[in-house]
Design a binder for this molecule. Structure first.
Ligand SMILES: Cc1cc2nc3c(=O)[nH]c(=O)nc-3n(C[C@H](O)[C@H](O)[C@H](O)COP(=O)(O)OP(=O)(O)OC[C@H]3O[C@@H](n4cnc5c(N)ncnc54)[C@H](O)[C@@H]3O)c2cc1C
Length: 367
């Protein structure tokens, strides 16, 4: 992406809670919205010159922001524009990082393109999707990403990363792991082709079967996924308090087969849902572990609780603080460890916490 002219317009003490789907968090000491790659570079230079921390904000749908706020510059990504080109049977959709992810999915589906239909209804921006390699209902964005154009803060220049260079794994990438904070995503290119939709996930299979759809189109699968997600409170809806969340708070743990067998042996009655992975490992739904550790859907503790529709969504019941969220999520993690010996890992990014022991415990995956 070419660098163009821009002017940096900083604001001070900007409340961040309204910019996050959880609705929690103190102010940003400094705040700027960038609508061009040039403005991204300028914001980086401004923070580097003053030795001020910089945090990149997308749609705020995967964040727990500290009650104290962020003592630095929050750079909100407002880059816009979508470009579509064809290369043989394939179509490349290149979308600027500030575009709505679901609008891009809707556009691809309207063109009859397969590959991201199951990622319908995920909130946030295009630029947020490679960070944790968003996935749902049998698809991951990393499978269709062709390239990610980034501003490299270390090298102070724009560069293009190939899919292999992004290091995508389950809900993870180099952007969230080794190189957290180094790259600002400015554009994402998706390589899609017309074809049959992905129909592998049991919820989607059942939904389509009940509707009598034996040969569903990508549009049918998008509609099915949106309906399933709404039922689970996983599509942002200001009228639905169950959506005041970060989506799934914990990832599904991938455990050695021996751990799975130990848990399954103790629950021979109902069976433990599982998905066999490579290397003889097994993925167990975090939702199942949580529900079997004494936390039912709709469980409330003060101002926080679990969604009435999905045990994986920690919700702000009204007036909750980030501390409330940390304490509640920590209790869930403790109980799952006590009950099953499994260490859940949180999905959201924690911002502004400075070596907080509550956060340290949540992100830690071994004793
Ligand atoms: C109701 C609900 C349902 C959800 N369902 C799913 C789901 O099914 N699957 C799933 O994977 N996730 C899901 N999520 C989580 C979230 O929507 C995704 O992770 C989303 O991609 C985050 O994008 P964002 O723009 O909101 O990023 P933010 O929340 O603003 O930021 C998240 C992280 O990405 C970084 N970031 C954001 N934009 C950029 C950029 N341009 N450059 C560099 N870094 C950037 C931030 O610094 C931060 O570290 C859900 C969330 C909610 C609230």
């Amino acid at each position: 992406m070419a660098l163009t002219d821009s002017r940096l317009q900083l604001s001070a003490n900007v409340p961040l809670a309204p910019l996050s789907t959880l609705g929690i968090g103190g102010p940003a000491r400094w705040f700027v919205r960038a609508t061009s790659a040039e403005a991204v570079a300028e914001a980086h230079a401004w923070s580097a010159d003053r030795d001020v921390a910089l945090f990149v904000l997308g749609g705020g749908s995967n964040l727990v922001l500290a009650d104290e706020g962020f003592d630095g510059l929050v750079l909100q990504i407002g880059l816009s524009g979508i470009h579509v080109s064809t290369a043989g049977a394939e179509t490349v959709i290149t979308a600027a990082a500030g575009e709505s992810w679901d609008a891009v999915v809707g556009d691809a589906v309207a063109r009859g393109l397969a590959g991201i239909e199951c990622l319908s209804g995920i909130p946030g921006t295009v630029g947020g999707t490679p960070i944790q390699n968003v996935g749902a209902y049998g698809q991951e964005v990393g499978h269709v990403i062709d390239a990610v154009d980034v501003f490299d803060r270390r090298e102070q220049r724009m560069t293009r990363l190939t899919t292999a260079e992004c290091g995508f794994t389950y809900r993870m990438s180099r952007f969230k792991r080794d190189d957290a904070g180094r790259f600002v995503v400015c554009e994402v290119s998706l390589r899609l082709r017309p074809g049959a939709p992905t129909v592998t996930y049991p919820d989607v299979v059942d939904h389509l079967a009940r509707a009598g759809m034996t040969v569903p189109t990508v549009a049918d699968v998008r509609a099915a996924v949106l309906a399933i997600r709404r039922r689970k409170g996983m599509v942002i809806d200001p009228a639905d308090p169950d959506t005041r969340s970060v989506g799934s708070f914990f990832m599904n743990p991938i455990v050695p087969r021996a751990t799975y067998e130990r848990i399954a042996a103790a629950h021979a009655d109902g069976g433990v849902p599982s998905f066999v992975m490579q290397n003889d490992e097994v993925k167990i739904p975090a939702a199942w572990l949580i529900e079997h550790s004494g936390f039912a859907r709709g469980h409330v503790e003060g101002r926080v609780g679990l969604s009435t529709k999905h045990p994986l969504a920690v919700i702000n019941c009204g007036g909750a603080t980030a501390r409330d969220v940390l304490v509640f999520a920590g209790r869930i993690k403790h109980q799952v460890i006590d009950r099953f010996g499994v260490w859940l890992r949180p999905e959201p990014v924690f911002v502004g916490f400075h070596d907080d022991p509550g956060v340290e415990f949540l992100v830690n995956i071994a004793s």
